[in-house]
Design a protein around this ligand. Structure first.
Ligand SMILES: Cc1cc2nc3c(=O)[nH]c(=O)nc-3n(C[C@H](O)[C@H](O)[C@H](O)COP(=O)(O)O)c2cc1C
Length: 186
């Protein structure tokens, strides 16, 4: 387990095949095991695979055209082709639940933790995952397509598939410059 945590990196390129339906359910179940203050389950998962990736691509291109009316046809075609970069895309979103006790920020943090559980579960099953956002994640038309209100957050487009080009590995050592110990009473 700890070795998997140390070894995960974002792959540069993915291709067919993606996880099976059973594996996807295991992955999403791992995501749903993230810490969730108040057990509000603010997370939502939209699995987009096969031909539906074209639908997402069209949505992304039309949102880009709306955001940036000067986009060239090449840029729009490139945007439309983005979802084809992996066999499966899982959109992970935070639908902020009404709560007096748990702030919207905490709910977003819970869903980000779920997204990281998701990445690690994908990795542990031998596939690769790229966590992407970009302007599309904040686009109102895209959020609306996933039933998200203005206050809700699209946490990531999780591209999942078989790794064809791995990402740069880390050296695996601890970066002590980012760690402080408070070990005694000051
Ligand atoms: C919330 C979030 C959004 C991200 N969005 C993008 C993105 O839109 N495009 C991108 O190339 N990388 C994005 N990344 C970064 C990659 O997922 C990845 O973490 C980064 O390339 C570093 O690789 P590593 O995971 O191997 O350290 C995002 C990461 C996070 C946590």
């Amino acid at each position: 387990m700890i070795a998997a945590l140390h070894a995960r990196v974002t792959p540069k390129q993915l291709q067919e095949v993606g996880p099976t339906r059973i594996q996807l359910e295991q992955i999403i179940c791992a995501a749903q095991s993230a810490p969730d203050h108040g057990r509000l389950k603010p997370w939502r998962f939209f699995v987009i695979e096969g031909e539906a990736r074209h639908k997402l691509g069209r949505l992304m291109a039309s949102a880009l055209a709306q955001r940036s009316p000067d986009s060239t046809s090449d840029e729009l075609a490139k945007e439309a082709a983005k979802p084809l970069r992996a066999p499966v895309i899982v959109v992970i979103a935070c639908k902020v639940q009404p709560s007096l006790k748990v702030s919207a920020l905490e709910q977003v943090m819970a869903v980000a933790a779920a997204a990281q559980n998701f990445q690690l579960a994908v990795h542990s099953l031998g596939y690769g995952c790229q966590w992407k956002t970009g302007p599309a994640a904040q686009d109102p038309a895209i959020k609306q397509a996933f039933d998200l209100a203005e206050a809700d957050i699209l946490i990531g487009f999780m591209y999942v598939g078989t790794i064809t080009q791995p990402g740069p590995t880390r050296d695996g050592s601890l970066d002590t410059s980012r760690v402080s110990y408070w070990s005694s009473v000051l």
